[in-house]
Design a protein around this ligand. Structure first.
Ligand code: PLP
Length: 362
């Protein structure tokens, strides 16, 4: 859908993305970053983000779904794409034809990969305590690694694990790390590519890991983090709109569905063309927007396509209304408002909202 007609858009600042990558690259000096661009690059637009990162000499990207990998492959023939998620053995042909790197996430799936007749590129995922995807048993891991090395059509290029608590439980993170290292030491053949860190671990620990070659960077590429005391990152997304109609209310007049808001004085209301179908979920009605460096409250219920803010006489049709990603109404603040994490906030911005990229050609 071409949807540039209404004044609602998510600005994606690629200069900020580049700066975040630079900052992170400095802290992991000799490791290669694997940008995680699943879920449409956390709502930022995977095709644009990948296309931009290719100009920054990045060639290996991670997604979750086979569908996401195929979408990337359709546009980019020369990048490496690691599928982090679980795929079905029926999809091995697709993975092979499209030169994808798949994750061997269980012993049984590993056997299917070995049994298949397709040439396949793989990473092996080790479950060190999160109990999501991955192999746990050392004997199964060793058996698979040996068989994969002996197999001429399947390449075991990498091995990895995923931390459950790199943001908030260092002890558990180290327990997972130690488990992973103890498995690595016992492997008869070690794959070339070894990665463990997500954003929080990259920011805090990766430079102390001497056995990894790569790190998987998700949320902090987009300038966000669960780390409270890291303020060098620059948020990449700003969700913006403009007022399409002003209303003057007399005391006692109401606003919106359910007439849940009643003016107590003479008020000026701005109707903004953004609603829950765009990802501005109804619970946001307890929050504020940012206009010209000031905050203004939502009033009434958020509708599917519209919401209401109480504004003063200074505000005009030309002013940008920042829903999130501003200096005051940050993505972190919105996450706090909704009692969630910034990941969910950026992923929530729906496909209906056009992304406008700035900094592309600099
Ligand atoms: C396996 C895996 N690696 C890396 C990441 C990136 O994590 P983050 O966004 O915290 O950097 C994710 C995200 O959920 C993941 O599932």
């Amino acid at each position: 859908m071409l949807n540039n007609y209404r004044p609602t858009w998510a600005e994606i600042n690629l200069n900020n993305l580049r700066d975040n990558l630079k900052i992170i690259n400095k802290s992991v000096s000799n490791k290669e970053i694997i940008p995680v661009v699943k879920a449409d690059a956390y709502g930022h637009g995977a095709l644009e983000v990948v296309s931009y990162l290719m100009t920054q000499n990045i060639s290996l990207f991670a997604v979750s779904l086979l569908e996401e990998a195929l979408e990337l492959r359709n546009s980019f023939k020369n990048i490496d794409i690691l599928v982090l998620g679980a795929i079905d053995s029926k999809q091995l042909e697709q993975a092979s034809i499209n030169n994808l790197i798949i994750t061997i996430y269980s012993y049984d799936f590993g056997l299917e990969v070995l049994r298949s007749s397709y040439p396949l590129r793989t990473h092996l995922k080790i479950d060190t305590g999160m109990n999501r995807l991955g192999l746990k048993s050392l004997s199964e891991i060793n058996e698979l690694v040996t068989s994969l090395h002996e197999d001429s059509k399947v390449k075991l290029e990498g091995i990895y694990t995923h931390f459950a608590t790199s943001d908030d439980n260092e002890m558990f993170m180290y327990r997972q790390l130690d488990k992973f290292k103890s498995i690595l030491i016992k492997l008869k053949e070690k794959p070339k590519i070894i990665h463990v860190s997500n954003s929080s671990a990259i920011l805090k620990y990766e430079n102390t890991f001497d056995f990894t070659t790569h790190a998987r960077l998700g949320i902090s590429l987009y300038g966000l983090s669960l780390e409270k005391n890291i303020d060098v990152l620059k948020p990449v997304m700003t969700l913006k709109t403009k007022i399409v109609q002003f209303k003057r209310l007399e005391p006692g007049e109401c606003v919106g569905y359910g007439i849940t808001y009643t003016a107590t004085k003479k008020e000026r209301i701005g109707v903004i063309p953004i609603g829950y179908a765009d990802g501005l979920i109804r619970k946001n009605n307890i929050g504020h927007v940012e206009i010209n460096g000031n905050i203004y409250p939502f009033v009434g219920r958020i509708c599917m396509d519209y919401a209401f803010v109480e504004v003063d006489e200074d505000i005009t049709y030309d002013d940008e209304v920042i829903i999130m990603g501003g200096n005051i109404v940050t993505i972190d603040k919105v996450a706090e408002r909704l009692e969630t994490i910034p990941y969910e906030i950026v992923c929530q911005v729906s496909k209906r909202v056009p992304r406008k990229y700035i900094g592309k050609d600099e």
